[in-house]
Structures are given as structure tokens and as C-alpha cells.
Design a binder for this molecule. Structure first.
Ligand code: CP
Length: 328
């Protein structure tokens, strides 16, 4: 079944107007975004890339779920492209007085905010909002329930491409609480479209394992020691406690023993395997602290790439809006 977001996010000419999901993006579209993101990457210690792609635009960050990396990197990305940025503090916004999300959106729209970055626990909300905003307003999904986190998927793909080159030769293990993970779903979408050689998904039990139809073609494994054998990339995922009842939350120590990415387990992957984690990490639960900080970890590179990818997405969307205006 096609995700509604995949249809909604394109304008009448088929250009990306919003970014709701990575479903339906072509290999060429994804590669163009990754190439532009790479253009914006600067080595540590150098001044960051800047241009005026978003001059005159106002970007509003609406995070109805907590975030550090995604919210701050969208803010930095928008500023480095010359936009004005507004961060709505949801604890003190009128949503706590019962205002609907659409009324909040219409309020920001009336103030000429034209790029709205949204995170919410409700499935379908970004697509719903995208159907209701004015024609010049763009919605960027910054994390939708367990379903979609498109810019995270793009930054993960960029990181793997930088470290491993040709993705068609790369074997990727995504390990942990896959069932509740929007990161896993977006990673699977982008990596499959880019033709990665193999994707393995590993979760310790049926509760944390997604339905096969959600990851068609992925190799499924419940034994982490088997799953990690010979892979090029290990992507560890956090247990999404916020999507579980207290009775469903696994015991952390037992989970680490059974399923955590430890140095001993990492030695079963390829010697040059990289270790990824989207953050925030639960150290010594899904990933051992010495693995997270070890020489194979690219976790801080993922964070740095997050800014470059969000600059590339913002610049692409704004270019498409300008192209549409020229034909109106
Ligand atoms: N990876 C990620 O989405 O992190 P934040 O929750 O800190 O934004």
C-alpha cells in the first residue's frame, strides 16, 4: 500500500514540495540530495558552509516530542542558509490549552512561517497537515510516530556512503527495537532504494521484531551473534520506551547481555565495520559505552552529517517552491 505522504509530498509537476516520507523517492532524487549534502559538509575545525538559499524564508520548528539532534540541526541548517528560525516551545504554547494542531499551524502560517518542521507521536499527522496548509507552505517531517524519520534516513545513507563508497557492496545490520523505530523504517527505505547489497534486521523477540511486510527482502534474525557475522555496518537502535507500557519495557541489564552491541560481538563483524546509532543512546543497554566511543564508531559523524543533510533538504524544497512560483 502506498503511503499517503508519498503522494501528498509532490506538487502537480511531481517535484518534492514537502518531505513526509522517503517512500517513492527515486534513486536519482536521493542521490541529488546526498550530493548536495556532501557539498555542505566541512571538516571539523573549518568554518561551516553557508549560503543564502533560504533568504527571506521563515522556518518554524514544531516538536511535539522531545528532540536534541534533529531540532537543533534543523535550526542550524536553516540559519546557515539565511532563513529566520522560530522554535515553538510546546510546553508554553497554546496547544497545552487545547488548541488543535491545525490552529497552531494556521497561526504560524499567518505570521509568514513558510517551512514548518514537525515531530509528533501521531501517525499520519505530517501528511494531514500538508493537505491543509497554503500552497506556498512546506511541511518537513522530523519524526512521525514509529513510521518515518526521513532526514535521519538520509543522514544515515550519507554516512554509510562516505565510509563505504559503493552501497551495492555493503551489508547493513539494523539491530534492536525495530518494531517501534521510525529510524529503522526510513533507513530501510533509503538503503533499499540505493541498492544496498543486504539489509539484516535483528531484534531479540517477536515483540520488538516488525511484521515481514514492513521490511520486504530484509534478512530477519533474533540471535545477534549470528546477525552481526561479517557485516560492514552495525546500526544499533534504542529501546523506544515511550511507545511501550511499563510491563513491556525489557530489563536493561538482561537486554544488554542478550542483545547489546559489545566489543566481543563487534569482532564478529568485518574488521573495518562501522558502528552507527541515531541517538539518543542508552549506554550499556543497546550499545556498550566502549563501542559507542571506540574507533569504529561514526556516531559523531552522523550528527555532523545531520546538519548538512537538513541544509540540502531545505535548499531542495525551497528551490522547488521557487520553480513552482515561476510557472504560476
Ligand atoms: N536521532 C534523533 O532523532 O535524535 P533526537 O531525538 O535527539 O532528535
Amino acid at each position: 500500500m502506498t503511503d499517503l505522504g508519498a503522494t501528498i509530498q509532490r506538487d502537480a509537476e511531481g517535484r518534492l514540495r514537502h518531505l513526509i516520507t522517503l517512500e517513492g523517492l527515486t534513486r536519482e532524487e536521493i542521490t541529488a540530495i546526498l550530493d548536495l549534502a556532501q557539498f555542505y559538509v566541512r571538516p571539523p575545525g573549518e568554518l561551516p558552509a553557508r549560503d543564502q538559499s533560504l533568504a527571506g524564508h521563515t522556518v518554524a520548528n514544531l516538536f511535539f516530542e522531545p528532540s536534541t539532534r534533529t531540532r537543533v540541526s534543523f535550526e542550524i541548517a536553516a540559519q546557515r542558509l539565511g532563513a529566520e528560525v522560530v522554535n515553538l516551545d510546546m510546553q508554553t504554547s497554546s496547544r497545552v490549552k487545547g488548541e488543535t494542531v491545525l490552529d497552531t499551524i494556521y497561526t504560524l502560517q499567518a505570521m509568514h512561517a513558510d517551512i514548518l518542521v514537525m515531530r509528533d507521536a501521531e501517525p499520519g499527522l505530517p501528511a494531514y497537515v500538508a493537505q491543509h496548509v497554503a500552497p506556498h507552505v512546506c511541511i518537513l517531517n522530523a519524526g512521525e510516530a514509529h513510521l518515518s524519520h526521513p532526514t535521519q534516513g538520509l543522514l544515515d545513507a550519507l554516512t554509510i556512503r562516505q565510509m563505504k563508497g559503493d552501497l551495492t557492496k555493503v551489508s547493513v545490520l539494523i539491530a534492536g527495537d525495530i518494531a517501534h523505530s521510525r529510524v529503522a523504517r526510513s533507513a530501510w527505505q533509503v538503503l533499499s532504494t540505493l541498492g544496498v547489497k543486504e539489509i539484516r534486521i535483528a531484534a531479540p523477540d517477536d515483540y520488538l521484531m516488525p511484521k515481514p511486510r514492513e521490511f520486504p527482502g530484509a534478512i530477519r534474525e533474533t540471535d545477534i551473534d549470528r546477525a552481526i557475522q561479517g557485516v560492514d555496518v552495525v546500526m544499533a537502535l534504542r529501546i523506544q520506551r515511550e511507545r511501550m507500557s511499563s510491563a513491556q519495557i525489557p530489563d536493561e541489564s538482561a537486554y544488554h547481555d542478550q542483545f547489546g552491541i559489545t566489543m566481543e560481538r563487534l569482532r564478529k563483524a568485518r574488521p573495518d565495520a562501522i558502528v552507527m546509532h541515531p541517538g539518543p543512546m542508552n549506554r550499556d543497554v543497546e550499545i556498550a559505552s566502549n563501542v559507542a566511543d571506540g574507533s569504529q564508531s561514526v556516531i559523531q559523524r552522523q550528527v555532523a552529517n545531520g546538519v548538512a543533510v537538513r541544509m540540502a533538504v531545505l535548499a531542495t524544497i525551497s528551490r522547488n517552491v521557487q520553480a513552482r512560483r515561476q510557472f504560476q
